[in-house]
Write a protein that binds this ligand. Sequence first.
Ligand code: 13P
Length: 237
Amino acid sequence: MGRLEHKALRKQLVATARAMNACGINQGSSGNLSVRVPDGLLITPTSLPYDVMEPEDIVAMDMAGGHVGRHRPSSEWRFHRDILARRDDIDAVLHCHATYATTLAVHERGIPPFHYMTAVAGGPDIRCARYATFGTQALSDAVLEAMEGRTACLMAHHGLVVGAKTLDKALWLAIEVETLAKMYVHALAIGEPSCLSEAEMARVSEQMRRMSYGQAPDLEQAQPSARDLRGPVPKSA
Ligand code: 13P
């Protein structure tokens, strides 16, 4: 894989990494981002501050873990590679140390269905992956298990991971999960909130699926046809 291929995706990785810090869901050089390319993945380098990161600093990896570039890949390349290898519904992976998600994760707690939006990550709740040392295969295994049937999970004593089809959607989802975590932590301050039932969360998931809720509208479906724009045909007098 050439060192400087996929220029637009490299630029987008850097922009998304900076946006992740600017919007407050991450800080310093914590966190990492990757995106699928035909011959593997592109991933942020380890320990390089995002404000000095350039598209040329992004590391190209193959699915066997080989890499090309002037830096070493993120220490978390294993879970990025493993999510992309195992999940064809995910093409971009974002990991961050968001404050409220991590507040729950240090208590090894996930986010239960206390709010209908918890369905945004693909299931009724958002699980917390069991603890394993950063950068290990054990952590990757734990993250994949907690993301079963989901596009996000918290990571015990660590942070948050989300996956989506694009980097923009991954950032959007991470912000949603962090917002839910913040609401849940605030709600816990006055006691354990009640949760929505399994049946209600199934209705919410179905409603989200039908409405492409939280997704950019599918223009073909959203665009009204000439026939839809017409009012009812008046009855002839
Ligand atoms: P890297 O700088 O190696 O990506 O590590 C940051 C991190 O958050 C580890 O979990």
